[in-house]
Design a binder for this molecule. Structure first.
Ligand SMILES: [Zn+2]
Length: 353
């Protein structure tokens, strides 16, 4: 929890304290997230069919590996309670804008993003069958997600919510994936460029006087690109308010560096008012060596507000040896990360105790 959030939670303006007194009291009341300031995360299922003993054993394994927070891809208060008993933080991992819910596809197909070719992700998702991305500019989409996150944030035994797929579809895929899809994406191809729905076109026209479809070269237009960054940023910051009002933390999985995130998926994440960011510094997706993680973390940390922790996401299947994994962790920490977040497995994190 950052200080702003805490201040909001305790209703600070009613405390009648002078500002210096208030800050001193706040500092006394709110220790950093962990005594050492380091927090490591893991992405995991709730495994609701496991017995309590099995759950306790896996949570003990997490702790022994140096993990302090779990991103659960499911919601189960009983499992969360066991995790907390083991000394772990509980966060609910969520699909945010990529939503293949049948109810939404059937009842609100107009909420989905539309490509520069005019295809909706509701009926013609790009790349893969599940890439049904909602349009972040639609007011109804914002209202719907705000309601959902308000409800989720009220879950007992839950300490935070975690946004994933909070972005546009990849207008350019990470380079290592081009071959898999038989693509060369040295430019923004129209079938992967979003969103040109009626709401986005009218919204941009109102702001700039021009329909984005009538721009001579839409990918080259800075204002059009900025318009789309802002749509995601405004949505995130709205969800931050909703979740903070319920006294929970809110974090997000984002693309590896601010520059890559803007270019590939239009995430301008340094402007998001989150409690922390977890960039997916998955070096193999970009055909990069392990050293790249430190450089990339550094870019993120230097672009963020000083009090905003960054935890580096590591893609476990990428590491062939323990030495390589250890190098990644140390690189992330040298780059200014406050910890790492493990995806795709569990490994003992060096220097974590
Ligand atoms: Zn749209």
């Amino acid at each position: 929890m950052n200080r702003r959030t805490f201040a909001k939670r305790v209703g600070w303006s009613t405390l009648g304290l002078s500002i210096p007194g208030a800050v001193a009291r706040l500092q006394a009341a709110v220790p950093p997230p962990t005594p050492s300031g380091v927090k490591n995360w893991i992405w995991a299922g709730v495994e609701e069919r496991s017995t309590s003993d099995q759950q306790k054993r896996r949570f003990a394994d997490y702790r022994a590996a140096g993990i302090k927070a779990v991103l659960f891809s499911g919601v189960d208060s009983k499992v969360f309670a066991l995790a907390r008993e083991a000394g772990l933080e509980t966060h609910a991992w969520t699909w945010t804008l990529c939503r293949g819910d049948r109810e939404l596809l059937e009842n609100h197909p107009e909420w989905y993003g539309v490509s520069r070719l005019g295809d909706s992700t509701a009926t013609k998702p790009p790349y893969v069958g599940y890439y049904h991305f909602l349009c972040p500019a639609r007011e109804e989409v914002g209202d719907y997600l705000a309601r959902q996150f308000a409800q989720l944030a009220g879950t007992p035994e839950l300490e935070g919510v975690h946004l994933d797929y909070i972005r546009y579809p990849d207008v350019i895929l990470p380079v290592a994936l081009w071959k898999q899809y038989g693509l060369v994406q040295n430019e923004e191809l129209p079938q992967f460029d979003f969103c040109y729905c009626a709401v986005c076109r009218a919204g941009f026209k109102k702001e700039s006087g021009v329909d984005p479809l009538e721009l001579p070269n839409p990918p080259a237009d800075d204002a059009w690109r900025q318009f789309r960054y802002d749509r995601v940023t405004q949505l995130v910051n709205r969800l931050v308010e909703v979740v903070h009002e319920r006294g929970r933390l809110i974090t997000a999985a984002v693309f590896p560096s601010p520059a890559i995130a803007r270019k590939l998926v239009r995430q301008d994440w340094t402007r998001w008012n989150l409690d922390a960011v977890l960039p997916m510094t998955y070096h193999s997706f970009y055909n990069e060596p392990v050293e790249w993680i430190e450089r990339t973390v550094k870019e993120g940390v230097s672009a963020l507000p000083a009090d905003r922790p960054l935890y580096a996401g590591l893609h476990l299947p990428d590491f062939k040896t323990d030495a390589e994994f250890d190098q990644a962790v140390r690189g992330a920490m040298n780059g200014g990360a406050k910890g790492v977040s493990l995806f795709g497995g569990l490994r003992k994190i060096p220097d974590s105790q």
